[in-house]
Design a protein around this ligand. Structure first.
Ligand SMILES: Nc1nc2c(c(=O)[nH]1)N[C@H]1C(S)=C(S)[C@@H](COP(=O)(O)O)O[C@H]1N2
Ligand SMILES: [Mo]
Length: 398
């Protein structure tokens, strides 16, 4: 049996999925994965582009690596989907302005409609939305959960009211409120302890007061139901899970939520160790980048090597590209407008390449001077693989 190094397998997979390659020419594992990818888009997101997405399950859809373009904003048609539970049904979001959210832990706690929130102020922010498990498929240890490669991330424009405006309108925070705890509006399965299944996340209150918004618009349209409409919490710079969709309760609390998804879930810990509240929570994102194109063979001459880069919690400073597996690096050119600290930036390096095979990768640096890691140490749940070595792609120039 021929063993393909895992990275090459993944690259081959990314490059062939969606293409009309004969299944017979592929290794059995790749063919199997391709058959899985041929699964139809779930009904809730049937409007997405089937050629640009990989369906992992009814609740999880990934963006194809080369479907991220160079314009900087991710279209909803290709954006990944990650649901823990089915979204509230259509009826619940039919009248968007009537959707209600209860606000607690303020001087005058109240239930507000989206219509009322829209009169409290508006702000627009561009953010990377990235699942904690993005890159899980690059870890070598066995991990449960979707084996995402690069496609559980997008860069979106969100409009909504700053959390601070809402707090001010309701008389300010009560004393001792250390966290903003947001609860998703899904109906929970019966016969299960709600604390075990509810999507409820806490983030530090000072950060929420500075940066979080309650968003009703995404990329110039009402937030699609599958992506959290009518109302979604956006915590720029924080991992996807903190961006609670169809939010029905925003509570300023003394302590972090005791829901499983906060208490033991999304905790970074060594392989084999159980989740516990004293381990780091998946809050601030790391500096990261990856090459998106080319993934298939290219003609020799000038080759445009494209990708995306972001600073995570901090702003992006620069991104470099290597065509020799990390031996040497050249600074890439950032494309388009700078959409701020929390956005990603497409990049390009115009490389003159002779025929041959090149191991191409990228490495970003944030405004604090932190350089994207070469290798991500294993963690139990396989969170955020960001190591540039395994994110590399092999490009054949003919
Ligand atoms: N209410 C609710 N919010 C949620 C989730 C969910 O299942 N329910 N999933 C979280 C996770 S794990 C991620 S990565 C992002 C995914 O957002 P998207 O489906 O819009 O891409 O939403 C987060 N917010
Ligand atoms: Mo996620």
């Amino acid at each position: 049996m021929i063993t393909i190094p895992r990275r090459h397998f993944l690259v081959a997979l990314a490059g062939t999925a969606g293409a009309a390659t004969s299944l017979r020419t592929l290794a059995p594992g790749i063919a199997r994965a391709q058959e899985q990818n041929a699964q139809e888009l779930p009904e809730a997101v049937s409007w997405k582009d089937p050629g640009a997405t990989i369906v992992h399950s009814d609740l999880t859809v990934e963006t194809e690596r080369d479907a991220i373009g160079t314009s900087g904003i991710t279209s909803k048609d290709v954006l990944y989907l990650r649901n823990n539970l089915p979204s509230p049904d259509e009826v619940a979001v039919a009248d968007r302005d009537a959707w209600e959210v209860s606000v607690e832990g303020v001087a005058e706690p109240r239930t507000l409609t989206v219509g009322e929130l829209k009169r409290m102020g508006v702000e627009t922010v561009a953010t990377v939305l990235q699942c904690s498990g993005n890159g899980r498929g690059f870890f070598e240890h066995e991990t449960s959960g979707s084996q995402w490669r690069t496609g559980a991330a997008g860069n979106l424009l969100w409009s909504g009211v700053p959390v601070r405006n809402v707090v001010e309108a309701l008389g300010g925070l009560e004393d001792g409120r250390n966290f903003m705890t947001s609860t998703g509006g899904e109906s929970l399965p019966e016969g299960v302890d709600p604390k075990e299944v509810v999507v409820e996340r806490s983030v530090p209150v000072e950060y929420a007061m500075e940066h979080a918004i309650l968003a009703w618009e995404m990329n110039g349209e009402p937030v699609p139901r599958a992506h959290g409409g009518p109302l979604r919490v956006i915590v720029p710079g924080y991992y996807g899970i903190n961006n609670v969709k169809y939010v029905q309760r925003v509570a300023f609390t003394d302590d972090e939520s005791d829901a499983a998804i906060m208490r033991t879930g999304y905790r970074v810990r060594p392989v084999g160790v159980d989740g516990a509240p004293d381990q780091p929570s998946m809050w601030e994102m790391k500096v990261k980048s990856w090459v998106t194109r080319p993934l298939a063979d290219v003609e020799n001459g000038t080759v445009l090597i494209e990708g995306v880069a972001f600073g995570g919690y901090h702003a992006l400073d620069k991104v470099e590209v290597s065509t020799d597996d990390g031996e040497s690096w050249q600074e890439a050119r950032l494309l388009g407008p700078d959409l701020g600290r929390f956005a990603w930036r497409p990049f390009v390096l115009e490389a003159d390449l002779e025929p041959g095979t090149y191991t191409v990768t990228s490495r970003a640096t944030n405004s604090e001077g932190t350089v994207q890691e070469e290798v991500t140490e294993p963690n139990h749940r396989g969170y955020d693989y960001s190591g540039w070595r395994r994110l590399a792609v092999d490009v054949t120039v003919v």
